[in-house]
Design a protein around this ligand. Sequence first.
Ligand code: G3I
Length: 355
Amino acid sequence: MPHRSAMLAPLATALLLAACASTPDGAGGRAITLRDAAAPHGLRIGTAADRSFRVPGDSADAFRAVMAREFDMLTPENDLKFVRLRPTRDTYSWERADSLLAFAERHGMRVRGHTLVWHSQLSPWVTEGRWTREEATALMLEHIRTVAGRYRGRLAAWDVVNEAVADDASPRETFWSTHVGPDYIELAFRAAREADPGTPLFYNDYGNEGLGAKSDSVYHLVRRLVRGGVPIDGIGFQMHLRADRLPEQEVLERNFARYAALGLKVHITELDVRVQQPATAESLARQAEGYRRVVAACLETPACDAVVVWGFTDADSWVPRFFPGWGSALPMDEGLRPKPAYHALLEALAGPGQR
Ligand code: G3I
């Protein structure tokens, strides 16, 4: 099925490219950006941001300028997570999240809220405390009501529950699943809807982009929620990919389609494509192909209206810390120079033949 904007986007992008071709560096003296190229498709292109956003000095200024120029969506990489917001039981610490939101709103960027209920990055006073079922349930609901309530009406989406399925496709055992019980997911979505009725609510996971046991397990979980009348509006595919093991575009599309058939939106929420170090021209070309495929699959999916990269410069990425020997996962290098992956994103968004 052609995408909803299939008739308009090629014309709009052709006009955009023609305008940009009129000067050496683009329309009105500036080059076409990712957000320029995504907009005619009704697609948001986003990035996560954390440390580099606020280190003092020139590098943060350059980082912020490129971020606002290229992206029209922003996900706080860590600042809306439990441990950042709630260092102690009685304190909420809003400054960092508030400053990211204010920046995004000043620059016409929509914000994805990430994340309300997750097993990781919980404060020690939670994980080391003793909790009855009632107390843990009250804690989770109070957290959701407070955080989602504070930002009510300002976000493009909330990742309500993150990574509830384990790598072996079984339900992940977490603080929340063991203390609140298996219905914690449903309770979380209902509380988020009450606290912020207008914001689309997402389930978000990794390793669910291809077809296989974990992907099926995530699908069955989400389908159960939809059929049970739980307020869920979308599925997030994190897409932390390896350049040497890229999923086929056609597989991505088939997988996205089964969620779309449930009436859900599809977001690519944390895209990066890591390569073994040292990177070579060949591995970076493969990486570029990964970025291209994901955007192309999204463009072929009417329900897919956001692609978010998990950081945009190799100067600031979670990958080298978590996968020793791997890195260079993002579309710009350490000096904020576009890599082949950046050009692949731009071409996939602005090139001919797309929706
Ligand atoms: O801010 C502190 C700093 O004060 C301290 O000195 C330093 C010492 O290690 O730690 C800093 O916090 C780190 C934080 O990133 C910011 O850099 C944490 O240790 C570190 O654990 C944290 O890692 C984050 C990771 O989630 C935690 O699991 C990554 O930045 C973040 O990219 C990553 O994001 C997750 C998504 O939320 C969910 N999907 C997977 C994705 C990648 O793991």
